[in-house]
Design a protein around this ligand. Structure first.
Ligand code: 5AD
Ligand code: SF4
Ligand code: FES
Length: 361
């Protein structure tokens, strides 16, 4: 088949169940060709600032869930966050991601708003800012957009509501999460979502439906990665036969299929891929991803942000991750898009379309 031809759901499910390395290599090559055609051969950096592990939620899989008392909570102060953002700007990273545990309070909304204004003032408005701060009210999303962030990442985790219920406490609401994604999209955010791949109880058809979910929501960015058990979590403690190599393979297959179905979106090669294999992120690029998020978090805070077992780069700093990843990207024949924000072509197209409609009206 040509790269443009779509697979049926059954074919996609079969690919997700395949463990044949030679066959899968042909799939990844096709997905890589689609990536080259639609988003080119540059990889864009999103400098990741994990500024706090304080979270009001209690997701059953996550190492920084509220109920985990074995983790020391930290909070980077505004100066530290601004320094990290300026460092990224000096290195000509086109954009940064502010990520932290979920908190929904007026003080938190205000703090992020102020930080956004300060980052833009200090970086000459040149840095694209992505937020990854969970479910918030429409007015908070509006305020953060007005303060100059433009991309928002909110993983649906799984598009199957029953599976969602099985990995979250009963007060975590699937419908609200979907509503938040729709609000973000409607407000004009460049919108990203994603899932965990290989969750206990997840079928290949669930993952196929996840891809349909991405399509239906018309998202611009995908951030998804393998589920990896964390010892201090209820879900992690239930997993007894974790097969990291197979989990990596399944995640790469999901990246490849998503690239082939969605084509012009940005897809991240998640850090969790590298937790399963030292070359995990390069392999993500070769299977169709085009975004890498180098960690900018100060080294002393990194152990506090372990969402899963074996997260890499715990002892490294921002400079080390920068050069390490640059080498990894060059090793697969790609280059880093320094000085470019790297918006998803999908977003640019849909914005043009909207503007076109306005001017025609
Ligand atoms: N394994 C993989 N990814 C995880 N996340 C949280 N816990 C885990 C885990 N154990 C991911 C979720 C969340 C993102 C911030 O981290 O998908 O959205
Ligand atoms: Fe909090 Fe996100 Fe972890 Fe859930 S996955 S506990 S919302 S940091
Ligand atoms: Fe952090 Fe390699 S990516 S040191």
């Amino acid at each position: 088949m040509t790269p443009m031809q779509a697979y049926t759901d059954t074919e996609m499910a079969n690919w997700l169940e395949s463990t044949d390395p030679a066959q899968l290599a042909t799939l990844y090559q096709k997905a890589y060709a689609v990536k080259q055609q639609f988003v080119g051969n540059k990889v864009y950096y999103r400098g990741l600032i994990e500024f706090s592990n304080v979270c009001q939620k209690n997701c059953l899989y996550c190492g920084i869930r509220r109920g985990n008392t074995n983790v020391e909570r930290y909070e980077m102060n505004d100066t530290e966050i601004l320094e990290a953002a300026c460092w990224a700007h000096q290195q000509r990273y086109g954009s940064i991601v502010l990520q932290g545990g979920e908190r929904e309070t007026p003080a938190f909304t205000k703090r992020i708003e102020d930080l956004l204004n300060q980052i833009h003032a200090k970086t000459n408005n040149e840095l694209g800012i992505t937020l990854s701060l969970g479910e918030q009210s429409e007015s908070t999303y509006r305020r953060w957009l007005a303060a100059g962030a433009k991309r928002y990442l909110l993983r649906i985790e799984t598009s199957n509501p029953d599976l969602y219920s099985s990995i979250h406490p009963s007060d975590h609401d699937f419908d609200r999460r979907v509503a938040c994604l729709k609000t973000l999209h409607n407000l004009g955010w460049q919108t990203g979502t994603g899932v965990m791949i290989g969750l206990p109880g997840q079928t290949a058809m669930d993952l196929v439906k996840d891809i349909h979910f991405f399509k239906k929501l018309d998202v611009d960015m995908i951030g998804m990665g393998p589920y990896i058990p964390h010892n201090d979590t209820p879900l992690g403690q239930k997993v007894s036969n974790f097969d990291g190599a197979r989990q990596l393979q399944r995640a790469l297959t999901m990246i490849a299929l998503t690239r082939m179905q969605l084509r012009d979106v940005n897809i991240a090669a998640a850090t969790a891929l590298q937790a399963l294999n030292p070359q995990g992120r390069e392999r993500g690029i070769e299977a169709g991803a085009n975004i890498i998020m180098p960690n900018l978090t100060e080294t002393r805070y990194r152990t506090g942000y372990q969402l899963y077992n074996g997260k890499p780069c715990m002892d490294e700093n921002a400079g080390m991750c920068r050069f390490c990843l640059e080498g990894r990207i060059a090793s697969v024949g790609e280059s880093v898009g320094y000085g470019e924000q790297g918006d998803a072509p999908h977003f640019l197209r849909r914005i043009q379309h909207t503007q076109g409609n306005h001017s025609a009206a």
